[in-house]
Design a protein around this ligand. Structure first.
Ligand code: IMP
Ligand code: MG
Length: 178
C-alpha cells in the first residue's frame, strides 16, 4: 500500500478498513452485552462521525438513541487547545444512560472536560467508548469502558481522524511516517 501525503507530512498504512470493521464490531458486541438499558449515545464531533455511524448500525439494544455534540474551544489566532463548551445537545439528560463515542483518547483532557460538562445533569450512568486509545499518553484515572484498539503514541489520521482538518475521509487509518 502506498504512503499518503497530507499537508507537509507522509503517512503509512496502520489499520486497514477491514481491521477497523472488526474492531468496530467488537466494540458494538461489548456494548450490546453490557446490559445498558435505553442508552443515549453521544458522539463527539468532528472526529467520531464515521465510528459513530458504523458502531450504531451494529447496536441491537432496544430504544437506543444517538445525539451529536461538538466541543468548542476558544479559537482566536492562537488555539489554546482548551475545550470549554458543548454545542448541540438538546436532549434532557436526566436519568439517561449515557454512552460517549470518541474517535481517540490521547491524554484524556477532552474526556475529563466532557465529564465536567455532564456533571450536575442528574444522569443515571455514564460510559465511554473509543475507537482508539493511547495508553502511554493517558494521564487521567477515569476508566474507559469500551476500547476498540490500544495504539502506541503515534499520530494517526483517517476514518474520521484529521491532520489539520484533512484526512478524515480516508477509509483506512494511517500513521505518521518517521
Ligand atoms: P486528548 O484530549 O489528549 O485525549 O485528545 C483527544 C483529541 O485529540 C481527539 O479527539 C483528537 O481530536 C485529537 N487527537 C489525539 N491524538 C490524535 C491523533 O493521533 N490523530 C488525530 N487526532 C488526534
Ligand atoms: Mg476528536
Amino acid at each position: 500500500m502506498k504512503d499518503i501525503k497530507l499537508h507537509d507530512k507522509t503517512f503509512e498504512l496502520f489499520i486497514s478498513a477491514k481491521e477497523i470493521e472488526q474492531i468496530v464490531k467488537n466494540v458494538a458486541d461489548e456494548i450490546n452485552n453490557n446490559g445498558i438499558e435505553k442508552p443515549l449515545f453521544i458522539a463527539i464531533l468532528n472526529g467520531s462521525f464515521l465510528f459513530a455511524a458504523d458502531v450504531m448500525r451494529k447496536i441491537t439494544i432496544p430504544n437506543s438513541e444517538i445525539s451529536f455534540i461538538k466541543l468548542a474551544s476558544y479559537q482566536g489566532t492562537k488555539s489554546t487547545g482548551s475545550v470549554n463548551e458543548l454545542i448541540g445537545l438538546s436532549q434532557d439528560l436526566e436519568n439517561r444512560n449515557i454512552i460517549i463515542l470518541e474517535d481517540i483518547i490521547d491524554t484524556g483532557n477532552t474526556l475529563e472536560k466532557i465529564i465536567e460538562l455532564f456533571q450536575n445533569k442528574k444522569i443515571a450512568s455514564f460510559k465511554t467508548a473509543t475507537l482508539l486509545y493511547k495508553p502511554k499518553a493517558y494521564k487521567k484515572d477515569i476508566p474507559i469502558d469500551f476500547i476498540g484498539k490500544s495504539i502506541p503514541n503515534d499520530f494517526v489520521v483517517g476514518y474520521g481522524l484529521d491532520y489539520d482538518e484533512i484526512g478524515r475521509n480516508l477509509p483506512h487509518i494511517y500513521k505518521l511516517k518517521n
